[in-house]
Ligand binder design. Structure first.
Ligand SMILES: NC(=O)c1ccc[n+]([C@@H]2O[C@H](COP(=O)([O-])OP(=O)(O)OC[C@H]3O[C@@H](n4cnc5c(N)ncnc54)[C@H](O)[C@@H]3O)[C@@H](O)[C@H]2O)c1
Length: 335
């Protein structure tokens, strides 16, 4: 633990990543405040060092109050993923972009020492480059990607010696969380393989970087403990395995056959896709600068999900809207 940054506020700390990150930071000795709309409810543990505030990041006054006395902010709250924009463009713009600058100003004014922003490796869009490093131009294909990228330079406007600012661009996360999303590529394929015995691959040639959720959480912890001079004003890609969707489908098929031999053959069906987002993300910088190396594979994530299915931790995995961001937000009629 970084004893200078003991009190952490996580916006969006009750989401998919937050449900693994928050318990981890508590176990490491941090005092954590989760500030979240609780769109997906809250299954965070009861812990004397955890405070959960149901709040909207667009409510700057309430957020500013929650930031008082905090040492660091991890900003995860978001209308996540591209399809969420099907919902209401204005909802996404107000949450993913408009309120970002007031939030950063509020954090700085509250005396927060470090601000870590969860951007996304999808900001690169399509690239033929064999290795997309942090210097690669941002070619966003969707509004989600565009707003993610547009917030980064806003953060740099406020960086100062006593306000450490860092942006991370994570790959698509995979694996089990007490709030598992089943609308992310590896998790989708695993759900279909386990429960339908069939995986449908759209396109297949697109390269997509993935990251095990526990490695994602390791990366956030490192962003809290790293020395100021190594992370200040820096952007880090955080990814691990770059594979084509077709290869990921084969991995899922193999693991699920091993885990559920009684289910017999898992069929892979390929159909054309108009989602061409493809990028081979290079995450050497975070290894070089901070010594961060992911430790878990996509296969580990698939196996973890398989065990969760076996243990009935993911019931009604097609029917329950809760696993799917867009469906949940539509149901809630979020504004
Ligand atoms: N999951 C991934 O594959 C991935 C990859 C790259 C980047 N990211 C980024 O990491 C962050 C976390 O992702 P996730 O998968 O846990 O997302 P998630 O959708 O599961 O969680 C987002 C959380 O933010 C909360 N939220 C949304 N709008 C809010 C608002 N106005 N005020 C307060 N809280 C609000 C939601 O209730 C939810 O708990 C996001 O910023 C996402 O863009 C995720």
């Amino acid at each position: 633990m970084n004893t200078n940054l003991k009190k952490i506020l996580i916006t969006g700390g009750a989401g998919y990543v937050g449900h693994v990150l928050t318990p981890r930071l508590l176990a490491s000795g941090y005092q954590v405040t989760v500030y979240d709309m609780l769109y997906f409810g809250c299954r965070l543990p009861n812990d004397p060092n955890l405070t959960v505030i149901e709040g909207d990041i667009r409510d700057t006054a309430k957020l500013a109050k929650a930031m008082e006395g905090q040492n660091a902010v991890l900003h995860l709250a978001c209308i996540s993923n591209d399809a969420s924009f099907e919902l209401d463009e204005n909802l996404s713009k107000t949450i993913n972009y408009d309120c970002f600058e007031p939030m950063v100003i509020a954090a700085k004014q509250a005396g927060v020492k470090r601000f870590v922003y969860a951007s996304s490796s999808s900001v690169y869009g399509v690239s033929d480059s064999p290795d997309v490093t942090e210097e690669h131009p941002l070619l966003p294909l969707t509004l989600y990607n565009k707003f993610k990228g547009m917030c980064e330079p806003i953060l740099w406007k406020y960086k100062s010696d006593d306000f450490t600012c860092t942006a991370i661009r994570p790959a698509t996360v995979c694996g089990y969380s007490p709030r598992t999303r089943l609308d992310l590529s590896v998790n989708i394929l695993t759900n279909h393989a386990v429960n339908k015995g069939k995986i449908t691959v759209f396109g297949g040639g697109q390269m997509r970087p993935n990251l095990h959720i526990e490695d994602m959480v390791d990366a956030y912890e490192i962003m809290l403990t790293a020395p100021h001079e190594k992370v200040h004003g820096e952007v880090f890609n955080i990814g691990f395995e770059n594979h084509s969707i077709a290869d990921i489908a084969l991995m899922v098929q193999k693991v699920i056959k091993e885990e559920f031999p009684e289910k017999g053959e898992i069929v892979i069906e390929t159909t054309p896709s108009n989602d061409n987002r493809s990028y081979h993300v290079n995450s050497d910088k975070v290894r070089r600068v901070l010594g961060f190396m992911p430790k878990r594979t996509i296969e580990d994530a698939v196996r973890d999900l398989a065990h969760a299915f076996k243990n009935h931790l993911l019931p009604s995995s097609f029917d329950d809207d809760w696993y799917f961001n867009v469906r949940t937000m539509k149901k809630l009629g979020a504004k």
